[in-house]
Design a protein around this ligand. Structure first.
Ligand SMILES: *Cc1c(COP(=O)(O)O)cnc(C)c1O
Length: 494
């Protein structure tokens, strides 16, 4: 299958090339030339395990990858999750569900894609006959970094360098990254916020002189952020698996619609839901949930994107984003795949921090999406309410989505069909915030909070958290954003 750039200047002949390149040379994102339709396959998927469903979904785009090998890679990736399941559906109440995506190695939903991406990339390099060493650069608001490090550690022919905003991630997230093992990994803390990290990394990607320096050393760049199609495509699978779980549990019949509410930052997770719908999954509304950085809520309400606003540091740091990269893929579709228009808009965004949709595009968008946001106080109250009412412990990101989903229900006189809220992180990645929300008590130490939270909720502490306590900090470097490439050179010894 061909992949085209959202900015029109480029296409590649295969998914393997799109995955290896990560980002198109014209700065655009790769999208499939067309969407495969799997509606007739849902019946068969009911019998499959998670890896089987993933193979069907991913394989429908990645035509050059051998199906049996892909299935084995999925098996092996998802064997790192509890019960070999990338996505666990939990029922809260009539018509409301939580889809837990955090039972993987680093306790965040990023694992669903990043346990598989090393295979997709390695294989893609083989398929395209690439000889060079691959250097992966990652900008992270917390969870991608650790999941990518864990996924790529000691991968052959691949090096990975992660940048996170100093002070922009939780204690647990920082510890997870700073203690990372592996010979091919590097972690750097950058003065600034996530958007600074992301912009600095994107600048490296589009800087030809840097690419030339690397090429002379036999190195090519790739990305593990959700701008890479290889990151996005494994995320489509769990929309299908959740749907199958609902059918298998007798909650719906095939063809019935299901709504999803997604805690959103870079718009990768929810975009995967939109792609699932385009592939024939009966999805009703996709509800986009934001925290106080509610640039997306405003975009859905007004049709105008305006990144010129105050940046808030919240207790859901993985959603503290003002420039949602994957929105470009949605805007491209809304414009009926008008690449020139998309390019103009993205240039406007870069220069002025803003662009607008036409009235028709906005209406089209609102047929598929709804949006809302939740402030810090409501997030805390939601954690407490959901714990009191359902005995369910949610992390701060999930709580934002739960709050927005409940708000959506109120506006629509209840959930008229199943609402699945995507749960993106273990509460133990943010134990201070979750403990404070439930008890009103503030404890500064992350581990003490985790133990207390465990006493209070009887929710088991994952061993990945317990193991962190005694690990030595390996990466403590802090740099200015202008010095990011110097830190890459130092890491590569070039
Ligand atoms: C990354 C992340 C998000 C946001 O997902 P996007 O795909 O960037 O929209 C939400 N919650 C958690 C816990 C995350 O790690």
């Amino acid at each position: 299958m061909k992949f085209i750039s959202t900015r029109g200047g480029e296409f590649v002949e295969s998914s393997a090339q799109a995955i290896v390149k990560g980002l198109a040379d014209d700065g655009g994102l790769f999208v499939p030339e067309s969407f495969p339709n799997l509606s007739a396959d849902i019946q068969n998927m009911l019998e499959l395990d998670y890896a089987g469903i993933a193979t069907k979904v991913i394989g429908s785009y990645l035509e050059e990858y051998d199906k049996e090998e892909l299935y084995n890679a999925c098996k092996s990736a998802y064997s790192r999750f509890t019960d070999d399941n990338g996505a666990t559906l939990v029922k809260l109440d009539d018509n409301s569900y939580v889809l837990e995506l955090f039972h993987g190695p680093t306790l965040a939903f990023k694992d669903v894609a990043l346990t598989l991406l090393p295979y997709l990339l390695r294989k893609g390099a083989d398929i395209t006959g690439m000889q060079e060493e691959i250097l992966i650069l990652v900008a992270t608001s917390g969870d991608t970094g650790k999941a990518a490090l864990e996924g790529f550690k000691d991968a052959k022919g691949i090096k990975i360098c992660v940048f996170y905003p100093t002070g922009g991630v939780s204690d647990m997230q920082k510890r997870q990254m700073a203690t990372q093992e592996g010979e091919n990994v590097n972690v750097v803390s950058v003065k600034g916020n996530f958007d600074d990290c992301q912009t600095a990394v994107k600048t490296i990607f589009s800087d030809n002189s840097i690419k030339k320096i690397l090429a002379e050393k036999g190195i090519v760049l790739s990305s593990a952020n959700s701008i890479n199609f290889g990151r996005l495509v494994p995320q489509i699978s769990y929309y299908f698996s959740a749907y199958c779980d609902l059918v298998n549990a007798g909650q719906i019949k095939i063809g019935d619609k299901v709504d999803f509410c997604v805690p959103t930052g870079n718009f990768g997770n929810i975009l995967a839901g939109y792609y699932a719908k385009k592939m024939g999954l009966p999805v009703g509304k996709l509800v986009c949930a934001s925290n106080e950085n509610n640039v997306l809520t405003e975009f859905f309400e007004t049709g105008s994107y305006d990144a010129n606003r105050e940046f808030f540091k919240t207790t859901s740091p993985s959603m503290d984003i003002l420039i949602s990269s994957n929105l470009e893929r949605l805007v491209f579709e809304l414009s009926d795949r008008d690449a020139n228009l998309t390019k103009t808009r993205m240039e406007q965004l870069k220069k002025q921090g803003t662009y607008s949709l036409s009235r028709t595009e906005q209406e089209k968008m609102l047929e598929e999406f709804s949006a809302g946001y939740c402030d810090e106080q409501d997030c805390e109250e939601t954690i407490l309410d959901v714990f009191d009412e359902y005995g369910y412990v949610s992390d701060t990101h999930t709580a934002v989505a739960l709050n927005v989903a409940f708000g959506y229900s109120v506006l629509n006189n209840g959930f008229n069909r199943p609402m699945v809220v995507l749960s993106t992180a273990s509460p133990y990645k943010f134990p201070q915030s979750v403990y404070k929300a439930i008890t009103g008590k503030k404890i500064t130490d992350a581990f003490t909070s985790a133990y207390k939270l465990n006493e209070l909720t009887a929710e088991e502490i994952p061993e990945q958290i317990l193991n962190l306590k005694d690990k030595a900090l390996r990466f403590t470097k802090i740099v200015d954003k202008k010095d990011i490439f110097d830190s890459v050179k130092e890491f590569l010894s070039i």
